[in-house]
Design a binder for this molecule. Structure first.
Ligand SMILES: *[C@@H]1O[C@H](CO)[C@@H](O)[C@H](O)[C@H]1NC(C)=O
Ligand SMILES: *[C@@H]1O[C@H](CO)[C@@H](O)[C@H](O)[C@H]1NC(C)=O
Ligand SMILES: *[C@@H]1O[C@H](CO)[C@@H](O)[C@H](O)[C@H]1NC(C)=O
Ligand SMILES: *[C@@H]1O[C@H](CO)[C@@H](O)[C@H](O)[C@H]1NC(C)=O
Length: 576
């Protein structure tokens, strides 16, 4: 049987195998929703026409969010966004460091292609004149605007956030950025200091505001004056990056009682020290200094550690509130229905896992990021036929009995569990905008085009989910982190080695079930790994060890899995 409603972009009829979908199809048909649905059946890029894009990058945000199942979080606005979009459960940064990760995301090239593992060079000068995501949209008629931290500021974006290439106008940075590290955090019985934990009263801050509030205001202002033209607006919120400075009032959502340390608050056995990062950036803060910890191994006392975790979650609630205001502004201006929203982060953050803090590693907690994509008319509101899958899942789900709309009751069924990479964001947005980019040539050569992607558009995955069909997809997400030494030395270069000091590269592969990591010798000159020199390996089985506490790389029983993953890793590296 053919259902007249199931047609793809070329209006070719598709035979349905799913009985439930057929039933729903009939149901919709008889309900007279046909006209509305037919009008929305066409390729996604046509559906959304000249959509606007709002890319929200939240600095150092791991998925400490309600919609990611984190019960300690209070993030009603991001949760609402997730209910209006597709949530990627396994999304990974390519390197757990702001600059390299952002450059990789915005050019859709791996850190190995850009050769930028630190903050001190500009890809257009050292790697190639690669076209960025905003530049590509700008070349195709979009107004592109950068507010806050989008590119990493400084040398890695030529002290200009890649202007003039990427942006239609000068990127905005908050005036209060210069107070970023000001001693304004009041301790209980101490004068204002440069603390890690830093709840503040906004009215007593210099110029009575905070950088992220300025960024929100700039975004509102832009939206109010640019309703007509298609825009790509990139908003880079700066918290929960340290210092954990946020308006005090957000603490009330987070009683200290809620927060406990991870089950294992210790460095795991059988993991090489090369995997460790000494969280030097935390140690520089006044309050952490006061703890007089022996570097690198002495742990932050549990009592203070819990306070750090609470401060992180409070800062996330603060940003969630600003994101809610941004979404409300789109609604108020009546452009929400015309705006695709993508929310993500540059990498994760350790909150005591492995007795570690910050990013700078190859562990799941440092690499995993939230990724939510909300596409009007496709992932929420006015469901068309492709969403029958969601509708049917929602009808079957418990919550749906009491709640009215699919958006509200279908959180779980709008989740994609395949491993995806931040590299995939560029080609996804490009496809949605109607200007898809092709894949970069598989073999490295002199003639790498300036415009191409090392990722893959997520649209097939999204369409597959909406149609209840599985789609073929890459097996694994690939990330990396460089080191200058095998053992931490408690200098700044431990966590953030400069290019010339890099002697080791940790490559890590995340499949649906495993994480495999290999730390190998690396030449900073040729920027090539030496697989003859494997210094350490790690293997974690996420089906039983989601926190990566048990390295099973050296067990006999792991031999097969490990060598398969190692081969896959080397294959991927050589093929890109
Ligand atoms: C989404 O649907 C609404 C109502 O059906 C329509 O007005 C709007 O233009 C559509 N948006 C896009 C981006 O196609
Ligand atoms: C790099 O690309 C930009 C934008 O396409 C172009 O304006 C510029 O001239 C190019 N630079 C070089 C050195 O080719
Ligand atoms: C980087 O900035 C400098 C100084 O503004 C400028 O001279 C140079 O052309 C820029 N590099 C590129 C590739 O645009
Ligand atoms: C950890 O290392 C010890 C000794 O090197 C070895 O006996 C043990 O099997 C290892 N455990 C795991 C889980 O790899």
């Amino acid at each position: 049987m053919y259902c007249p409603l199931f047609t793809d972009s070329k209006t070719r009829q598709i035979r349905l195998s799913n009985d439930l979908a057929k039933m729903l199809c009939k149901m919709f048909y008889t309900l007279g929703l046909v006209a509305a649905m037919l009008s929305s059946i066409s390729a996604i890029s046509h559906d959304i026409g000249r959509s606007n894009f709002l890319l929200v990058i939240v600095d150092d945000l791991r998925p400490a969010l309600g919609c990611y199942g984190d019960r300690r979080a209070h993030t009603p606005n991001i949760d609402r966004l997730a209910s209006e979009g597709i949530r990627f459960e396994k999304a990974y940064a390519q390197q757990a460091l702001c600059g390299p990760s952002r450059n990789s995301l915005l050019t859709s090239r791996r850190p190995d292609t850009l050769g930028l593992y630190d903050f001190y060079s500009y890809w257009r000068e050292v790697a190639g004149n690669y076209t960025t995501l905003p530049e590509h949209l700008r070349n195709n008629g979009y107004t592109t605007v950068s507010l806050g931290k989008v590119f990493h500021p400084g040398a890695s974006s030529n002290y200009s956030d890649d202007s003039p290439y990427s942006w239609s106008r000068t990127p905005f940075h908050p005036r209060t950025d210069r107070f970023k590290d000001a001693p304004v955090c009041s301790g209980q019985r101490s004068p204002p200091a440069r603390n890690l934990i830093c709840p503040v009263r906004v009215s007593s801050m210099p110029t009575r505001t905070l950088p992220d509030i300025e960024i929100l205001n700039a975004a509102k202002q832009f939206l109010n004056s640019n309703r007509e033209e298609p825009f790509f607006l990139a908003v880079g919120f700066q918290k929960p990056h340290i210092p954990l400075k946020y308006p005090k009032r957000y603490m009330r959502f987070h009683s200290l009682r809620k927060f406990v340390l991870p089950d294992k608050y210790e460095w795991p056995i059988n993991v090489s020290h090369v995997a460790y990062n000494s969280w030097m950036d935390l140690r520089r803060r006044n309050d952490v200094k006061k703890l007089k910890l022996r570097c690198p191994w002495q742990k932050i006392p549990k009592k203070y550690a819990r306070k750090i975790i609470r401060a992180y979650y409070s800062a996330v609630t603060y940003i969630d509130d600003l994101i809610g205001q941004l979404m409300n502004e789109l609604e108020m201006l009546k452009i929400r229905k015309n705006t695709v929203i993508i929310l993500t982060s540059d990498h994760g953050w350790s909150l005591g896992e492995h007795a570690e803090w910050a990013k700078y590693s190859n562990f799941e907690v440092a690499l995993r990021v939230p990724l939510i994509i909300s596409i009007p008319n496709l992932t929420f509101k006015s469901y068309d036929t492709r969403n029958l899958c969601l509708v049917s899942k929602a009808i079957r789900s418990q919550n749906c009995r009491t709640k009215a709309s699919v958006d509200e009751c279908c959180d779980d069924c709008k989740m994609i569990a395949n491993p995806v990479e931040l590299l995939d964001v560029f080609p996804t947005i490009a496809e949605l905008a109607g200007f898809p980019v092709r894949s970069c040539p598989r073999k490295k050569s002199d003639s790498i085009p300036n415009l191409c992607t090392e990722g893959s558009s997520l649209i097939p995955l999204i369409e597959g989910l909406l149609r209840c069909q599985s789609s073929s997809w890459k097996n694994a997400a690939l990330s990396q982190y460089p080191r200058s030494t095998t053992h931490p030395t408690c200098t700044a270069s431990d966590d953030e080695p400069r290019l010339r000091d890099i002697t080791i590269m940790g490559y890590t592969l995340r499949t649906i079930r495993y994480r495999y990591t290999a730390w190998v010798g690396f030449s900073a000159i040729s920027k090539r790994p030496d697989w003859q020199e494997i210094l350490a390996e790690e293997l974690y089985d996420h089906s039983v060890d989601a926190d990566e506490n048990f390295n099973i790389a050296n067990l006999d029983a792991s031999h097969r899995v490990k060598s398969d993953l190692k081969n896959l890793l080397i294959f991927q590296l050589n093929n890109e």
